[in-house]
Write a protein that binds this ligand. Structure first.
Ligand SMILES: [Zn+2]
Length: 217
């Protein structure tokens, strides 16, 4: 399945999309703003400078218009790769964007308090958390302590066939889809999506190119 979307091929899973949500290519939608930011980033022409004047200019109000749920990977800072200013997006980051109760509580906070109309689950190429999960499955040597919880959460996205590096990349996409589904289980998010007030989508960041591709469209 191919997509007319300029950022790449669509992959086969559903995003949750509000019935009244606008087209992603409408210039003023939150998603279009994020994708335009990524285009600027890829082109080497970022608009926003993260100097002290930017946060100082945003002290009066906090009105973010999108939530990005990402991995803690230092190569994927959402504000940079989506070229967004201070005060624009709220971000929840954990290893492999695994969401526990506190993470989900943070998501609910952003939806209920800020009323964000868009949630993007941003996974990425070469994800170390997904790689560690594939390694743990193959070796049978599971990490101890609380790291094991990350592996437990990512494991259902991993299949058993083929080259480990290829399995990691397939698992990255599946894990993004699973995180989108997990969010959709929250009553607050289900209601907002059903009313058209919120859209939840999956996206993948390519470390190699800097590009963000929307999945499931
Ligand atoms: Zn990662």
């Amino acid at each position: 399945m191919t997509s007319s979307h300029p950022f790449g091929e669509s992959l086969a899973f559903e995003s949750t999309r509000g019935a009244a949500a606008s087209s992603p290519l409408d210039a003023e939608t939150p998603l279009a703003r994020l994708l335009a930011g990524n285009q600027r980033f890829v082109a080497g022409q970022p608009r926003y400078r993260h100097d002290v004047n930017a946060p100082a200019a945003r002290t009066a109000a906090h009105r973010p218009w999108a939530l990005v749920i990402g991995c803690l990977d230092s190569r994927v800072p959402p504000e940079a790769v989506l070229d967004q200013d201070f005060g624009s997006i709220v971000v929840v980051r954990t290893g492999g964007h695994v969401l526990d109760e506190v993470g989900l509580g943070s998501v609910e906070f952003c939806v209920s308090v800020f009323g964000v109309p868009l949630i993007v689950v941003l996974g990425h190429q070469y994800c170390g958390a997904v790689s560690a999960t594939v390694q743990a499955i193959d070796s049978g040597d599971r990490p101890g302590g609380l790291i094991g919880r990350l592996v437990d959460e990512i494991e259902p996205a991993v299949d058993g066939d083929g080259d480990p590096a290829e399995r990691v990349e397939r698992a990255v996409d599946r894990h993004i889809a699973r995180t989108v589904s997990k969010l959709s289980e929250l009553a607050l998010i289900r209601e907002r999506v059903a009313s058209g007030a919120l859209e939840v989508i999956g996206a993948r960041y390519q470390v190699d190119s800097g590009r963000v591709a929307i999945l499931g469209r």
